[in-house]
Design a protein around this ligand. Sequence first.
Ligand SMILES: [Zn+2]
Length: 302
Amino acid sequence: MDCFTKWNLKIIFVCGNGNCKITSLLLTIRLIIEKIMFLAIRVIFIAALFLVFGVVHAEPQPTNNPPKKNLIRTVCLDAGHGGKDPGCLGPKGAREGKVTLKIILELGRKLKAEFPDLKVIYTRETDEFIELFERADIANRNKADLFISVHCNAAANKSAYGTETYTMGLHKTDGNLNVAKRENSVILQEKDYQTAYNGFDPSSPLAHIMMANYQSAFMASSVKFASLVEDQFAKTYKRKSFGVKQAGFLVIWRTAMPSVLVETGFLTNAEEEEYLNSEHGQSQVADAIATAFKKYKEDIEK
Ligand SMILES: [Zn+2]
């Protein structure tokens, strides 16, 4: 016996006992239940139609996020000194030109691993002598978007230690000028340097003042990157950071892109010499610069 027949029997039975009020109530309940079921089936059917129609005809929605820009495509990595120019020396014999080369090659490896599409250019990949103007030319010829020159610092005070990152500009202290003079003095070993650098005298403060306005178009970006590098040294590796400074460096004089010169530590300090000359120290320095690069790239391209 199906459900409908059961309902009819019930109605007849109740009416047979003369209780028509109960019969009418049961009929009303039955009608309400049927109506609710009918409505529910309609709602489910319409919802299913919308779902199918929506999936089949879904059109790509306009997104608020524009496609990612790729503004930093090429980076030029410059290992300071090399070959007949050893740079500064540590008390245990570490040579700046060899330490900077190891840091730069490690930095290049880290950048390539993190950004496979990034073009990494080196001014040198072996222990060889490259003139300062040629280093800038390599970066310009390859249309680099950022130039990073890595060095080690030196001081008469053997206990001096810490990092500082330079951008091109007018030195505010004799200390900054002295760093630039020392890093620029290598041109005295270059052939015909008077012609190559328009008579620039690396020991003359006036020459440094005249050079200070170069790179001004890239000043803000250079300082941004330099700050990120120093932040990483201080926060991630707890190095003593002397922050971002300005001075006239010939190696970034004519680069046509944001450029920095990183003094990664004092090779004249025995402790920092050991650190900078170790694989562990070189890897940390390279990692700090690579992380700064990642943050800089993300910031420029957002
Ligand atoms: Zn140097």
